[in-house]
Design a protein around this ligand. Structure first.
Ligand SMILES: O=C(O)CCC(=O)C(=O)O
Length: 251
């Protein structure tokens, strides 16, 4: 694992950082077992706004679970341990654990993640927030690794439009400029590796083009305690989106 000072330096310079072996093999095994337990015991009781499938009639296409830390003490403790400590160092202030999400791109079904900036969804002032992404499987270009635009966190908020991607309702409308192409960094990851990005950093992922490999990850979102959420705008958007998704038969 990198030294803390190196992690902070890369994160501030590039808008993201990759930390290899953030969790050792033994802890990773525990997380995977707890995830299986969660899927068996807790998932069946969650509402449709917490669990997304690429095709909701096919349980093999599970793609996202929201707010796992609110539904289970193992995931609450996990978020409040090493990830929270690193978030405090990177944001330079106390943090609020906001969301712990499960992401998968199931083989044959997993669709692309549109290019976006998390800050666009968060609606914060100041935009003090970060996302951590923990690989649970080997992740590469074939099964949909994360791709970051280096230093995009310093270039302001891009224009976003509604997408048809469940779980990522907003995507950058003019993505693919020369500057985007020149600065895209492909981040392959081994199980246990952690990627961390600032809330203004542009990122995306391709679909899973493998025939048999999952692409499972946990995403941890932390807000800095100085960040003020536009709660009304956020709730209104969430309600509108959920209504639309229900009407479209997606949730
Ligand atoms: O898992 C993915 O494909 C994307 C995750 C992501 O965009 C995020 O956590 O902000």
């Amino acid at each position: 694992m990198k030294e803390e000072s190196q992690i902070v330096e890369s994160y501030n310079r590039d808008g993201f950082v990759a930390v290899s072996s953030f969790f050792v093999q033994e802890k990773l095994e525990e997380i995977r077992l707890e995830l299986s337990r969660f899927k068996q015991k807790i998932l069946p009781h969650l509402g449709s706004s917490e669990v997304f499938y690429e095709d909701k009639t096919n349980s093999k296409t599970l793609k996202q679970i929201q707010r796992m830390h609110e539904h289970d003490s193992f995931f609450f403790d996990l978020m409040n341990d090493k990830p929270r400590r690193l978030a405090e160092v990177l944001l330079g202030e106390e943090v609020v654990p906001k969301n712990l999400q499960y992401f998968n791109k199931p083989p044959l079904f997993g669709l692309a993640t549109p290019p976006h900036q998390d800050g666009y969804y968060f609606m914060l002032e100041p935009c003090s927030a970060l996302t951590m992404w923990l690989a649970l499987d080997a992740v590469d270009e074939e099964n949909g690794c994360i791709r970051y635009l280096r230093r995009s966190h310093k270039k302001g908020m891009r224009l976003h439009n509604r997408t048809q991607t469940l779980g990522f309702s907003q995507g950058i409308s003019d993505f693919g400029t020369e500057d985007d192409i020149a600065n895209e960094i492909v981040c392959c990851a081994n199980p246990g590796d952690l990627l961390v990005h600032q809330s203004m950093t542009v990122h995306r992922a391709d679909g899973n083009n493998s025939t048999s490999r999952n692409r499972r990850a946990l995403g941890f979102i932390f807000y800095g305690s100085s960040a003020k959420e536009n709660i009304k705008a956020h709730q209104m958007y969430k309600m509108k989106l959920e209504k639309e998704l229900a009407l479209e038969g997606k949730i």
